[in-house]
Design a binder for this molecule. Structure first.
Ligand code: NAD
Ligand code: USQ
Length: 403
């Protein structure tokens, strides 16, 4: 069996631990990345809380720790189509795992330049990958990292299905027409909008060219370390805590260590889906090993293991650490309160035993943060990207009573 897997975006928060995990399990891994995420850090005057090494040093550390080699190609997949096609043709990968997009909703709403960059980068990246697979003439399985947020977290008592919704419509002659349609998109940021458009690309290229595609609608990834990144300090994963790229639970855990109040937006009634980084890497391996059959429609999985409201998370972190929570004017345009029920039976049926939120795991993150707390810049914690011109950045907040 050809075991080559291309990891597009393999220098990032999800891509790097996935590359190590697959390498450890016998895959020949080739990382493709243009370091745009590192460049955005420089532009924003930030750094990962953890000191991530240059790619060459990361890969050398992996060779020392595991005895395995990961190859690396520096390339902008949104702009260097001919090179991308050449890589697919020569590497003949079994699968391409596509993480290579601008992934922060707040960054995608900062200003017109960031909106346009996010659309140009994400849509061209995805479309180029699809064109390259078609033009190569190879049967390559594409595994894409999508987002639970494509559905807009609408409050209903109905669980969000894994991609497809059965509908029954009454025809004019009185008969009933039964169909399965794609679950309606309702993006809440320019970033999430690009993910809904990716899904249409997948629908088309699967129907037209028979490409085998798995789209993973992932929830918010928390945690930082996996078994593989823990093998050496030189393999440490990136850790974002700033107002654009930091995600809510990891931010709260950093804030609890550095003495910043927990930054709850509005009432904190926003409910979201979560997954630990250790499960992310396992899910990707399961997706690669269970591709759609030839001719099968796009496989869609909800890659999330549990749901929590922001206020519930603040309560858990505050109980664990005694830190204060404050309510800040919400910089986003989002429902202040929503329920969210997410179906995730597909990964469970493939054998995933979810890692769920526990004090032990939260403490593990806090230990990492404590080690690198001297690298935290407090002024980068407030969320300064607002969704509409009328909204203001709130850096003070008001005390929030937790249960
Ligand atoms: P990240 O920003 O840490 O990593 C993305 C990587 O892709 C970066 O290394 C970046 O340099 C690279 N990249 C971006 N555009 C590229 C291009 N045109 N050419 C080559 N490389 C490019 O993001 P992440 O958190 O690892 O997320 C990876 C994927 O998973 C994203 O598509 C994101 O939408 C999805 N996702 C992430 C989360 C999360 O909580 N982090 C949750 C759900 C889904
Ligand atoms: N929030 C706070 N305080 C904070 C930060 C966030 O209350 O300090 C709130 C936000 O207002 C939002 C919720 O927490 O209601 C989640 O925000 P987030 O920044 O943790 O996550 P989000 O913007 O949804 O994006 C992240 C990843 C993205 C991925 C998405 C999965 O950055 O790549 O697609 O999670 S999902 O949310 O399921 O769409």
């Amino acid at each position: 069996m050809d075991t080559t897997v291309l990891i597009l975006g393999g220098d990032g928060f999800c891509g790097w631990p996935t590359a190590l995990h697959l390498s450890r399990h016998g895959y020949h891994v080739v990382i493709v990345d243009n370091f745009s995420r590192r460049k955005i850090d420089v532009d924003l005057g930030l750094e990962s809380l953890t000191p991530i090494l240059p790619m060459e040093a990361r890969l050398a550390a992996w060779r020392r720790a595991s005895g395995n080699t990961i190859d690396f190609i520096m390339m902008d997949i949104a702009r260097e189509y001919d090179r991308l096609l050449e890589v697919v043709r020569t590497m003949r990968p079994q699968a391409v795992v596509h993480f290579a997009e601008q992934r922060a909703a707040p960054y995608s709403m900062r200003d017109s330049a960031c909106k346009r960059y996010t659309v140009n980068n994400n849509l061209n990246a995805t479309h180029n990958v699809l064109c390259a697979i078609v033009e190569s003439g190879l049967d390559v399985h594409l595994v894409h990292l999508g987002s639970m947020g494509v559905y807009g977290y609408a409050t209903t008592q109905m669980p969000i299905p894994e991609g497809y919704l059965p509908v029954s419509i009454q025809a004019p002659d009185g008969s009933r027409v039964e169909r399965e349609i794609m679950y309606p998109p309702a993006p809440g940021s320019v970033y999430h909008m690009t993910k809904t458009q990716d899904a249409l690309f997948f629908y088309f290229y699967n129907k037209n060219d028979g490409i085998r595609i798995t789209d993973l609608h992932q929830g918010i990834v928390w945690g930082t370390a996996t078994d593989e990144t823990g093998m050496s300090e030189a393999l440490v994963n990136r850790f974002d805590y700033d107002g654009d790229y930091g995600t809510v639970l990891n931010r709260f855990l950093v804030q609890s260590v550095v003495g910043h109040p927990l930054t709850v937006h509005g009432t904190g009634g926003q409910t979201r889906a979560f997954i630990h980084i250790r499960d992310t890497v396992k899910c990707i391996k399961l997706a690669i090993e269970n591709p759609p059959l030839p001719g099968e429609r796009v496989k869609i999985f909800n890659q999330a293991t549990e749901t929590w409201s922001v206020k519930e998370l603040a309560t858990l972190v505050s109980r664990l650490t005694g830190c204060e929570a404050r309510s800040y004017a919400d910089p986003r345009k989002e429902d202040q309160e929503n329920g969210l029920i997410v179906e995730n039976g597909k990964f469970r049926s493939l054998g995933l035993k979810p890692v769920t939120l526990s004090e032990g795991l939260m403490n593990e993150v806090r230990d990492v943060v404590s080690r690198y707390r001297h690298r935290c810049t407090l002024t980068k914690i407030p969320c300064t990207s607002v969704w509409t011109a009328g909204q203001k950045t709130d850096t003070g907040g008001v005390p929030l009573t937790l249960a």
